[in-house]
Design a protein around this ligand. Structure first.
Ligand SMILES: [Mg+2]
Length: 306
C-alpha cells in the first residue's frame, strides 16, 4: 500500500539519466548552456562575442553556477527570460533513456511519493522528462531552480520538507553529486543514496550504479527503512562525515595514543597484580568517553577484553 508519508527525492541530471562525461561540470549539456549564455549576453547587452565571454567569466567567478542570479543583480536581466532562452535545449541528443527507468519508477510509486529536485529551470526539466517519457510521474512535486531555493544555495531540501509537510527522516534523496545531493540531505536528517558507477560513497547510506538497483536497495538495507531508528541513522551519518572529512588524521593519532596508554596501564597493573584497580580505571574511562567516540570506545573495549 502506498504510504503518503514516505518520500523519494530524485535529482535529475546524472541521476534519472547518465551524463555523457560522468559529471555535469564536464558534460556537453554544460558546454551548450555556457555557449547559449554567451550568445544571450551578447544579444541582451549589445556586446560582441569576446566581450560577452568576459562578462560571463566575471559572473562565474563571482556567482559560481548561479549565472542567472549574477545577471539579474549586476545587469538587471530577468532570470526567467534568461532561463527560457539559454536552457531551452533539446534533450534528444543529450539524454539517453534507460529502458528500465519508467518501470522502476512506477514500482516505487506504489509505495512512495516521488519528488524531483534540480537546480535547472523548469524548461529543461520538462524537456528531459518528456524525452524520458515520465512527465506525469512527479506531478506537483517538481522543485526547479528558478527561485531562490536551490541545492547550490543549500536551502532546497529544507524548502521541500516545509512545503510537503514531511519529516526529513521520512525522506530519501537519490543523487549523483555528494556535495549538492548527499551531504545536505544527510545534514538535514534524510537518508541518501549516491548513484555512481565507480566510486563508493562514505557519506551516503548506500551507493548504487543505476536506478534499477533502487527498489531492492530500499527494501533490503536496514538503515534505509524510512522512519526506523532515524535519530540513530542521522547521528551515525554525522559521525561518519565528521571523522571522514576533517579530523580523520587527528582521530587516528588519538586512538593510537589511547591504545598505547592503555597497553602501558595494563602492563603496570599486571605487574602489581591489582585487578580491582584495573576494573575501576575501566569504568572511569568509560564515563569519560562521549557517545560520539564509538570508534575509540570500540578499540578501548577490545583492548580491555583481550
Ligand atoms: Mg545531478
Amino acid at each position: 500500500m502506498k504510504n503518503q508519508n514516505k518520500l523519494i527525492i530524485f535529482d535529475l541530471d546524472g541521476t534519472l539519466y547518465q551524463l555523457d562525461s560522468g559529471s555535469f561540470q564536464k558534460s556537453s549539456l554544460r558546454r551548450q548552456i555556457l555557449k547559449n549564455a554567451e550568445t544571450y549576453i551578447a544579444m541582451k547587452l549589445s556586446k560582441n562575442q569576446p566581450d560577452a565571454r568576459c562578462i560571463l567569466n566575471d559572473i562565474q567567478k563571482q556567482y559560481g553556477e548561479q549565472i542567472s542570479i549574477g545577471l539579474e543583480k549586476d545587469f538587471g536581466i530577468n532570470r526567467y527570460d534568461y532561463f527560457n532562452t539559454v536552457w531551452n535545449i533539446s534533450a534528444r541528443r543529450i539524454v539517453k533513456k534507460a529502458p528500465y527507468l519508467k518501470k522502476t519508477l512506477l514500482t516505487l510509486k506504489k509505495t512512495y511519493m516521488l519528488a524531483l529536485v534540480s537546480d535547472a529551470p523548469l524548461v529543461w526539466i520538462n524537456n528531459v522528462l518528456e524525452e524520458l517519457g515520465i512527465q506525469n510521474l512527479f506531478r506537483d512535486n517538481i522543485f526547479s531552480g528558478e527561485g531562490s531555493y536551490r541545492k547550490g544555495l543549500n536551502n532546497a531540501f529544507p524548502n521541500i520538507v516545509q512545503i510537503l509537510k514531511i519529516k526529513p527522516s521520512n525522506c530519501v534523496v537519490i543523487g549523483d553529486q555528494e556535495h549538492t545531493d548527499i551531504i545536505p540531505a544527510k545534514e538535514l536528517g534524510m537518508r541518501a543514496i549516491l548513484i555512481n558507477n565507480t566510486k563508493k560513497s562514505r557519506i551516503a547510506d548506500a551507493t548504487i550504479k543505476s536506478i534499477r538497483e533502487l527498489p531492492a536497495t530500499l527494501k533490503n538495507k536496514k538503515c534505509l527503512r524510512l522512519d526506523h531508528h532515524h535519530v540513530q541513522a542521522h547521528w551515525q551519518s554525522l559521525h561518519q562525515h565528521f571523522f571522514s572529512q576533517k579530523y580523520l588524521g587527528l582521530c587516528r593519532t588519538l586512538r593510537l595514543l589511547l591504545a598505547l596508554g592503555l597497553t602501558w596501564l595494563r602492563g603496570r597493573l599486571r605487574l602489581t597484580g591489582n585487578r580491582n584497580l584495573f576494573q575501576r580505571q575501566k569504568i572511569k574511562l568509560r564515563r569519560f568517553l562521549p557517545p560520539s567516540t564509538q570508534l575509540l570506545r570500540l578499540d578501548f573495549q577490545n583492548l580491555l577484553n583481550i
